[in-house]
Design a protein around this ligand. Structure first.
Ligand code: ADP
Length: 471
């Protein structure tokens, strides 16, 4: 059976309160009981000693126990709730207080016993009689019998004290339970109200409303993190949805354009309107190439999405590799009279995948070239800081609009659509770059100003730098 968090929290809290009160109560009751009984025993023993001492002091060497004032002695017995009987050395009774006054005590004791439970009744109800020898000048002069009801002859005050203690315990249990209940309800409500809101938001998202946000003001860290994660999820899904819609329309358009051209060309030639010249076949061939390029891009993407990128690391000189890439790019750059600037720190021996690095550089440089105007410059730099190897590709080209910046690493996302079409991109170059960088545990960032240029920076963990010889 499923149980709601609110109910579970309330029950758990109450159970904890009950268990702690009962445990604390039992332990303190047990300890107080022990101390109290010890105290009663001590008091009782003192009382008996006192009676014995009084009896011994009343003895007279010549008159024996004759001089005892029976009224005074009886008064004492009544006061102390005990039966006193003094026998002289012959065993004849010199004084007896009688047990009449104890009857009342017995009855009262039973009554209290009913009020306080069986244990107390047993203690008070049982009649006990102790026998002690009496001495005078170290010789035995007789015996004294002291009788009473209950183990240690509990006085009314003692019973009252125990009673109060039990009542206080009961009262504190009740109050603690009440507080526990109120606090548990407040606490569980504080926890569950934001959770319910988050569930509502998640359900809305499930039903396609990706604009919803789980805005829950809460002071609970984990709940806040959960709400943030849900919001992030909604945001990402919304972006993906937007990219997907854009991709569908882009792809349809991209495919339709060459197909329409091919269709019209071929139909015109079939109908004899056009002569099948080499020029016309060349034009058709270009359209087929365009289609093929698109399919190749899709294949690259599929590879990217395969279970992570396979990285074949080896140790090589990254500075040298970059120098070569820049050099080989010079030829292409010259077509637009673009200057290739190189700020590559020398002798960086690294442990990475050289092929993947080449691909990263090729994609970034191709973009820089594609989006650069004539007579501008492209810079490639390699440095490092405490934690990272830093690779930079900077251009003075078209730049990227602020609204496009968060999405350019997404698959099939293209900034300026018309311009991209012109440049023939399919919007996956940067997605591949990011995939390859992340496969090296690195990260890529971009800074760009529309019309001024872009700067792509890649950070690889410094652990990949095997050695760096200063030259
Ligand atoms: P594409 O094949 O369209 O170039 P990419 O994934 O390589 O696809 O790039 C995505 C988008 O990022 C591009 O459409 C373009 O708008 C923008 N972009 C990438 N590199 C640059 C750059 N160096 N300068 C300006 N815009 C760029």
């Amino acid at each position: 059976m499923k149980i709601s968090i609110r109910r579970r929290l309330t029950f758990s809290f109450l159970l904890t309160v009950i268990l702690s009160i009962v445990t604390a109560g039992l332990i303190s009751n047990y300890m107080i009981d022990g101390r109290f009984n010890q105290y009663l025993k001590q008091t009782h023993e003192n009382k008996i000693q006192k009676v014995v001492k009084i009896a011994e002091e009343l003895y007279d060497s010549s008159e024996g126990f004759e001089g005892i004032d029976p009224f005074e002695m009886k008064r004492y017995a009544v006061l102390e709730d005990i039966y006193i009987e003094i026998q002289d050395a012959d065993g004849s009774i010199a004084f007896s207080s009688g047990q009449g006054h104890l009857v009342h005590k017995k009855r009262m004791g039973n009554m209290m016993g009913h009020m306080m439970g069986r244990r107390m009744m047993e203690r008070i109800g049982e009649y006990i009689e102790e026998k002690h020898p009496l001495y005078h000048n170290n010789s035995k002069i007789g015996t004294i019998h002291i009788g009473y009801y209950g183990d240690w002859n509990l006085s009314e005050g003692d019973v009252g004290f125990k009673n109060t203690l039990n009542r206080a315990f009961g009262l504190s249990v009740g109050i603690a339970l009440l507080f526990g209940f109120i606090i548990s309800i407040i606490l569980s409500r504080q926890m569950t109200t934001p959770l319910v809101k988050i569930i509502k938001a998640a359900n809305e998202m499930k039903n396609g409303n990706l604009g919803i946000r789980a805005e829950v003001p809460t002071s609970t860290l984990e709940i806040e993190q959960l709400a943030n994660s849900i919001d992030y999820l909604a945001e990402t899904l919304q972006q993906q949805e937007m990219i997907r819609k854009r991709l569908t329309s882009d792809m349809a358009h991209e495919i339709r354009t060459p197909l329409t051209t091919l269709q019209s060309h071929i139909e015109a030639m079939m109908d004899g309107i056009w002569d099948p010249t080499t020029e016309r076949f060349k034009s058709c061939h270009e359209e087929v190439l365009r289609l093929k390029k698109m399919v190749d891009s899709l294949q690259d993407l599929a590879k990217l999405e395969q279970s992570g990128q396979q990285v074949n690391k080896s140790t090589f000189d990254l500075s040298l590799l970059l120098d070569r890439i820049v050099e080989s790019f010079q030829v292409q750059a010259q077509k637009k009279n673009i200057r290739m600037l190189s700020h590559i720190a020398p002798n960086f021996t690294v442990h990475m995948d050289p092929d993947k690095l080449k691909q990263i550089m090729y994609n970034l440089l191709s973009n820089a070239y594609k989006y650069s105007d004539e007579n501008s410059s492209i810079e490639v730099a390699l440095t490092h800081d405490k934690n990272n190897i830093i690779l930079t590709v900077r251009d003075e080209g078209a730049g990227i609009e602020v609204k496009d910046l968060p999405y350019i690493f997404e698959r099939f996302y293209r900034g300026d659509i018309s311009r991209s079409r012109e440049t023939g991109g399919a919007g996956i170059g940067l997605a591949i770059v990011r995939g390859l960088v992340e496969a090296h545990n690195g990260k890529i960032t971009v800074e760009s100003v529309k019309g001024k240029g872009s700067c792509f920076r890649i950070y690889f963990p410094i652990e990949m730098l095997v050695s760096k010889k200063e030259s």
